[in-house]
Design a protein around this ligand. Sequence first.
Ligand code: PLP
Length: 430
Amino acid sequence: MKDISWQQLDLQWNWHPCAQMKDYESFKPLVIQSAQGCYLNLADGKKVIDAISSWWCKSLGHQHPVLKQALSEQLEKFEHVIFANTTNKIIVRLAEKLTQFMPHLTKVFYAGDGSCAVEIALKMSLHARVIGGEHLRRKIIALHNGYHGETLGALSVSDVGLYRQSYRAWLFEPVFVSPVYVTSAEDPKWETIESEWPRIEQSLAPYAATATALIVEPLVQGAGGMKLYSPDFLRRIAHWAKQHGIHLIADEIMTGIGRTGKRLACEYAGIQPDFVCLGKGLTSGWIPFSTVLTTESLYQTFYDEMNTGKAFLHSHTYSGHVLGARLALATLHIMETEHLYARACTLQTILRRLMQEVADKTGLLTNLRGLGAWVAADLVVPDPHQRWGYLVYQAAVHNTIYWLPPLTISDHTLSELKEITLQAILEVFG
Ligand SMILES: Cc1ncc(COP(=O)(O)O)c(C=O)c1O
């Protein structure tokens, strides 16, 4: 069947995510034939660079041979067994690895996607308050421009207007606080936000006794506009939360497992969250698999006889899915053996240089920012109501003025990506 037919059939039946389906009338879905490394091979013979790692999850690119091997070995044994009342060597070895991330995070709970991991952390926080009789602590503090997923709880704590507004009647309202933004580690506010802190602290003060948790995307806000904020802001707000007995939830679903050049972005601020949520890059985007890491003390809050009603009865059919666990183990192994944490740091310099070249040649990009293996810049647009970013995306089919490529991307592909971005911007803006 020709491409065009697949596209037509797709639109006859499928409803795509995060889309106004009418847009597909003029901009048809790409028909993927195969994918290899950083490239998507289309049915019409064209190749496209996966410059945003398929929504930030394909950190090791497509078809990594070690992951393929790990998956096929596991498939020879078993593919999924209920994780209530069973265990296996793979999930035990993964838990052992994950609890080495931060010594105080000693327990691991599993889910499928990132939103569900966020729901679990939120529910554990609230449930711990219920068990502890802390009836006043019900509020969540979240950050302006934060994003934590699409399920009702995760969406409640996200500050993304368009995604949120239609569901307001069913969402709970957190308190939103603005972080202090920077563009790089060279920005003086990277080191200290001392002069701004008293104002922020004052805005937090009314919630010191009523908040149960503070939820953040550490340093990098993805869906909220690829924004970077100061580690000193994170350090201070985490410290404030600890001082007041408020749980800290670090949503590392996008930032975790090397994206920022460290295993966890929290490490830049030297903080110790009560919960860390991981997803996406944990399996290098091979399988929906997410985790919540938490502390011994939170675990012990729930630990008692069944008839006390303290058990955390949250259940997902695919919790602890062994294929995900096997892929996560292999991903963590590859990150070390292929030195990809270091590569993410090197990519920071290369990506910035290349995006700066696009900015210089077009004169249309501003506020260039990045940390580790991503870079972003804002288009200077003549009419803010026009969807310029979308037009550039249509012209390039490669990017939306940010690059967040697989960590395995070559320097050659990066240069190619720069050229394509440049041409796309020039095409749209003449
Ligand atoms: C920081 C963050 N949290 C949560 C999510 C939700 O993850 P998922 O789409 O797997 O539910 C995302 C997805 O983009 C994310 O970037």
